[in-house]
Design a protein around this ligand. Sequence first.
Ligand SMILES: Nc1ncnc2c1ncn2[C@@H]1O[C@H](COP(=O)(O)OP(=O)(O)OP(=O)(O)O)[C@@H](O)[C@H]1O
Ligand SMILES: [Mg+2]
Length: 529
Amino acid sequence: MSGKTVTASPDRNPKHFTYDYTFWSVGEGQGTQAEIFEDIGTPMVSNAVDGFNCTLFAYGQTGSGKSYTMMGGVPTDEGDAGVIPRMISGLFEEKEHPCKEPGSSGLVRISYLEIYKEQVTDLFASLSANKENKGENLKIMVAWTANELGLEGSLASRSMPETREHPKLGVYVKGLYHMPCATKDEVMRNLEYGLKMRTIAATNMNQSSSRSHAVFTIIVNRLEGERPKGKNGKDERKSLSAKINLIDLAGSERTSKAQTENDRLKEGCAINQSLSQLGLVIKMLTEQSNGGLKAPMFRASKLTFLLKDSLAGNSKTCMMATVSPASDPHLHGMKLLSTVVQLSLLGDTAAAEDNYDETVSTLRFASSVKSIKTVAVQNKNKKDQLIDNLQQEMRLLKAQMAAGGLNVAEASEQLKERERLIKDWIFGAPELSLQAAREMSRAREKALEESGLSHGHITEAFGISNGQPYMVNMAFDPMLAGCLIYLIQESKPTTMGANKDNTIVLKGLGMPDFLCRIDVLEAGKTHSA
Ligand SMILES: Nc1ncnc2c1ncn2[C@@H]1O[C@H](COP(=O)(O)OP(=O)(O)OP(=O)(O)O)[C@@H](O)[C@H]1O
Ligand SMILES: [Mg+2]
């Protein structure tokens, strides 16, 4: 690496790639998480506050550092914090204070979804409606919270949301759950909850986070100008809105490496479908920027459909590519990042030729992304225009229906959808108030504890102290290891297994109905049988 240029294999057939930013991950000249945030995250925060949509997506081979750069080390310490937590801090520290209580100058809402085998799962909602039934314990938790808040039904349907497109709104996920948050801590807690949901799903399916794509979205709504004075004062403030999409993609090698067993093959294909489609879409867009006429097939995969606006629409987009080309001595120990691309490299001498090919393919991919141009426009006063537009559509639909020109069932469904969109979060009228969201967080927290899963990180668990025994899940995937903590009750035996009558219900391949029973014999000592 020399400045912003990366040369792959100078002694063989040298290939040069230039990016906007490059960072080494280890040794001399190592780029810190703070520097990466400074270059990539800070401009995104200011852009979002100014009403521009932004996207950051992380692409690269498994283990090359995508999640580390996005989220940070596990357990996280300040210096290790990745782009996402730093961005959240940045948003809440902005002078303009975009993130206050509703009714004041701004509002922040977040959503978190996962795409696995071409299925979208809302990580803030239940997984129980999923046909594959990833976690019985979640069912209990969501039923509990939904009941408590009178939301039964609406939550269950959110767990398998549909992707839709509106000519003016662009692509959106119908029924995706959005959490209004007033503080950085609230965002972080929700994010942690989503990560736990991802861990439970991954554990139950014997998978790791590297097999799914995760999309974390922050929506910022802000009113600019003086608040109206008195009750009858005219509100002439301008509304600004922006969406920040932060995407941690599945390991890119799954697009090329052969999968053998049936399920793996299916899974590989499904992940391939999204990632290879991303490759194709980017190729088409690059060709379009050079006069090519072929239209990219965004709808061919969930990922590209969701990324449509980020890649070809209204968004300032940055791609971060991470590479781990340990087999190449010239790249060894390097971490590099670029505008549309960041590369990170971890020195692992065991890596082989495979890594070289993977690295060059990532470098090439990242380089091609750079030539794509998106057109970001400031989302100013969009709310009123869009509501007018939707209302107009509704009038038209009603007129067509009255004239018998439309199928009644279909038209009523479309009308309902327009009504919902008008009310929906996009327009600053979230279905869930901040208070309801907080109540729900508390309820979920309590339910987590009741199902044997406490809140917090492993470090927090140590803070629980007072001798309470607990178990922590361990996984090969560092993003998922240590994420779930099962508290063991001292007053009664704790049982574990697939049967729903167990204290801790675990699902997954080969899990027996009854796995084990844990008795607390005396404080500080446990015995299992
Ligand atoms: N720059 C870095 N400095 C220190 N540790 C790092 C760095 N980048 C990655 N790591 C560590 O390397 C390991 C693998 O990184 P990470 O989980 O981010 O990879 P990934 O690209 O997300 O892989 P996957 O596709 O499997 O999800 C983790 O333990 C992570 O903490
Ligand atoms: Mg990862």
